[in-house]
Design a protein. Structure first.
Length: 376
């Protein structure tokens, strides 16, 4: 018990100042206090496996811990449905297959598709007829003012037929039909579903012979080359988060860490848990991240360059922090002010020049503490 009391007193002596002695802290150096200094032999230093290091400068910041998930952005997902109803004749890809933009996914057929081509040719003929009639009535009107009404009707008929013709032409082109081929009299018996994006077939929603319409999707394609991070930040912390801040994230199970930056911050707060969604786009080059994965994320706040030391170098007593510094065979207990912790390093607040230049014990602190007690 006497030894423990002495150690407490040693810490207390170091954490107080007197008229004659100025404290060694992160500010100016003070005169040595023998109560906080111990001396070891070379053999004891070796037995204790004491190792030292210097305070080093590095970028450090406070971190905000969040949880979230990985999703595919909407622009990288495509749902493919036919423009008109059709029976599935061929399916060229299965789930898990990679497809490129422009590939033929499926072939469909239906009598209505043939009828659509027939209507197109009829509309084209009517356009030609009404165009000639409109032209003829215009020429007659020049000679006879009473023909204006007939010319107006001819114009209306022409414009109406032209609208129908253009509509049918657009529908056929949407189905991948070359209308010039139809105009030659070569009808097409089947139409195709074309991949609008490159990606992996994530869903196949039909089978051969099945009738599918506009309300049914046949394929879903997803491209996971680019992904979105979605994670929650609670209301009390959202004011600290800004676009451009660094994010370090990874799967819930420990593994590889990835970096991103904050790109979008939600504008509403969820009433259920008082949180706001924060978003970031990431490149998934090696395909190691999967949509739907849950992740842990750290947002780096107020990043700055500071002097740091390994966390294991710090000795704590009643909320006050110290380090041992080595001078040959002597070890002195020095009070410090610690700042943010990042990974295994801790920031030093306003460290003195003496502390920066000193050899700080990073291994063997437990032995030194025990020795300090025993000398009591």
């Amino acid at each position: 018990m006497k030894k423990i009391i002495y150690l407490a007193l040693s810490f207390a002596i170091l954490s107080c100042s007197s008229k004659q002695t100025e404290e060694i802290s992160t500010g100016d150096a003070k005169q040595e206090d023998s109560k906080g200094i111990i001396t070891l032999t070379a053999e004891q230093i070796e037995v204790a496996q004491i190792k030292t290091g210097k305070a080093t400068k590095q970028n450090i910041s406070e971190t905000l811990q969040c949880t979230g998930s990985i999703e595919i952005p909407p622009e990288n997902i495509a749902t493919i449905s036919p423009s008109i109803s059709g029976f599935v004749k061929d399916l060229n890809y299965l789930e898990g297959d990679w497809v490129s933009k422009g590939d033929i996914l499926a072939i469909l057929e239906h009598p209505d598709f043939i009828k659509l081509q027939q209507q197109y040719l009829e509309a084209k003929s009517q356009v030609e007829y009404y165009q000639e009639e409109y032209k003829r009535q215009g020429e007659l009107t020049v000679e006879n003012a009473a023909s204006i009404k007939k010319m107006q009707k001819a114009k209306a008929d022409f414009l109406a037929s032209e609208a129908i013709y253009k509509s049918l032409k657009a529908q056929l082109e949407l189905l991948g039909v070359n209308t010039s081929q139809i105009e030659k009299g070569d009808f097409v018996n089947e139409f195709k579903l074309i991949a609008p994006i490159s990606g992996v077939v994530s869903k196949l929603n039909t089978n051969k012979g099945k009738l599918v319409g506009q309300e049914n999707f046949v394929y879903e394609i997803a491209n996971d080359k680019t992904l979105y991070l979605h994670f929650k930040v609670f209301e009390k912390d959202i004011s600290r988060v800004n676009v451009g801040q660094k994010i370090v994230f990874g799967p819930l199970k420990k593994g590889t860490k990835y970096e991103a930056i904050v790109q979008r911050i939600g504008i509403t707060v969820d009433n259920t848990d008082r949180s706001t969604m924060v978003h970031s786009k990431i490149e998934n080059k090696n395909k190691s991240l999967k949509p739907g994965m849950f992740i842990n994320a750290s947002i780096y706040l107020n990043e700055r360059e500071s002097y740091t030391i390994p966390e294991e170098a710090i000795v704590e007593y009643e909320g006050v922090y110290f380090v041992f510094i080595q001078n040959k065979n002597s070890f002195e207990l020095v009070k410090i002010e610690r700042g943010a912790k990042q990974d295994a390093f801790v920031e030093l607040i306003n460290p003195s020049e003496n502390l920066i230049k000193s050899d700080i014990v990073v291994n063997g602190n437990y032995y030194l503490q025990s020795k300090l007690q025993s000398e009591g």
